[in-house]
Design a protein around this ligand. Sequence first.
Ligand code: BEZ
Length: 211
Amino acid sequence: MGLRLGDLAPNFVAETSEGKIDFYEYLGDGWGVLFSHPGDYTPVCTTELGAVAKLRSEFEKRNTKVMALSVDGLENHKGWISDINETQHTVVNFPIIADEDRKVSDLYDMIHPNSNENLTVRSVFIIGPDKKIKLTITYPASTGRNFEELIRVIDSLQLTAKYSVATPADWKKGEDVVVGLSIKTEDIPAKFPKGHKVVKPYLRMTPQPDL
Ligand code: BEZ
């Protein structure tokens, strides 16, 4: 059985392109994104790691550390990172786990044998400061991920952890949010003084409360 939302993200110590890292120590009390890719020196993965490197400051603004994983070794990682830097015009500035013994891949169920028994799929885990899993997504090898979407989800997770709100379809930071169902309509003005709109008794919108 794979990991599910709300499960504790297992800790591990792993060799990475930035040395041996204890995952929990690396995350500290912030948020984390752990993502696997099928292999080094592959075209889609090259663009994905470049995209994450370019978004590093966006992750940092959200107190979020990123870590990648593949089942290739450290020497491969080193050579491939310089290819990524060269071709994607960036600097890979986050650790990539060299999971040759598949310890972490197995722990996080990143190898799906009916897809490919030798390679990790494109798994993503967002982990909260409580070390619980807040999001999982799995993409096939042939489809590169949208890392802006992960930033969007982190914005939603961080907001909804603080306020009794939820974020609607395609929401982006700054747009109106949904008032949580646990809040009675008559209590909304006290909790959300910026205003609200009752579209239906179960669909009440309010401006993003922390802006
Ligand atoms: C890629 O990253 O380009 C890739 C990896 C495995 C299978 C297909 C594509």
